[in-house]
Design a protein around this ligand. Structure first.
Ligand SMILES: [Zn+2]
Length: 318
């Protein structure tokens, strides 16, 4: 990924419609653009900073996509992440964008809004259930743990459904601790552009959700066709096992999983909010075994340390 004056860019080896040979990593993400251009997502949205508007509208014009400035259309200041930014819907048909704007007022991924964004019904329903239940709890339970609980086949999770770095709709913006942790994560990994690193932009109901995998397959094929180098780098990041403690504390590893044992050669980026002590422990070991009440850390088959308490989850993305 090269950096230009308007942010990181993805060079397309096979241009998109209208001779588009390069796109920005964000606003919209390649994943969202792939969703709309393949018909997997009737609508996508992005909240765009003022200085990025010319790029976004120019890109959509070339791709023959419609844009809708939602706040202007609705005639009100609707809520979103940052008030300097404009909420923009993108899609092939103006009428569908207007329908989506009205559905957006309910600000839920359930029902029509979720369907217009192309989220499978099962996933939209599961997300709405999590959201409504978790709103009553402080702190909110982590959605990744819940998705894993709903997953029947734990070994070999589909990397295209890896949502570790997709913090959209998983953040609690009313919780200052959540916000500062997220800010720290972004600051520690500036060079990676975490918000763009996913294939599907929604949270699946399970990591073996057939509808999500089907859509992810279409979108990832499109990305691979147009930008094979970028797609390979993305796969290289997403198709890795991770030890997952919680939303901001996990370690992605170069290694492989067998049952509840993870053998690894290296700890990979991004850096998370795991303690320095844990990073040092992981660096001097080569395998981890999780159990109900403890986690064992080993080097060359010999126990180095046993941590009591609930073990991290093993996310076996490949
Ligand atoms: Zn689903």
């Amino acid at each position: 990924m090269k950096k230009n004056e308007s942010g990181r860019a993805i060079r397309l080896e096979r241009p998109l419609e209208g001779g588009v040979r390069s796109i920005s990593v964000n606003d919209p993400t390649f994943s969202d653009l792939a969703g709309v251009l393949t018909g997997m997502k009737p609508v996508t949205y992005t909240d765009c900073a003022p200085h990025r508007l010319a790029y976004l509208t120019g890109l959509c014009r070339k791709l023959k996509l419609e844009t809708l400035f939602v706040e202007e259309f609705l005639g009100r200041q609707a809520p979103h992440f940052n008030n300097d930014k404009k909420m923009i819907f993108i899609g092939r048909e103006r009428a569908i964008l207007e329908k989506a704007a009205k559905a957006w007022l309910h600000c839920s991924t359930d029902g029509e809004w979720g369907r217009l964004l192309g989220y499978p019904d099962c996933c939209a329903r599961a997300f709405a259930d999590w959201y409504n239940e978790s709103a009553l709890r402080d702190p909110r339970p982590e959605i990744i743990t819940r998705i894993l609980l709903n997953t029947k086949k734990r070994p070999a999770l589909d990397f295209r459904l890896n949502n570790l770095w997709n913090y959209f709709s998983r953040m609690d913006f009313n919780d200052p601790k959540d916000c500062s942790s997220y800010r720290k994560m972004l600051d520690m990994n500036r060079e990676m552009d975490l918000p763009s690193l996913h294939v599907i932009s929604w949270h699946p109901c399970s990591y073996d959700c057939a509808r999500s995998r089907e859509k992810a397959g279409v979108m990832f094929s499109f990305m691979r066709h147009h930008a094979p180098g970028y797609a390979a780098a993305l796969e290289n990041m997403l198709a890795r096992p991770a030890l997952f403690w919680d939303k901001f504390r996990y370690a992605v590893l170069e290694g492989s999983v067998s049952g509840n044992r993870l053998e690894y050669a290296a700890v990979l980026p991004p850096k998370t909010l795991l303690s320095e002590k844990m990073y040092k422990l992981l660096a001097c070991c080569d395998s981890v075994k999780t159990g109900k009440e403890r986690t064992g850390f080993y080097r060359a088959g010999k126990a180095v340390f046993t941590a009591p308490g609930p073990a991290p989850e093993i996310l076996d993305f490949r």
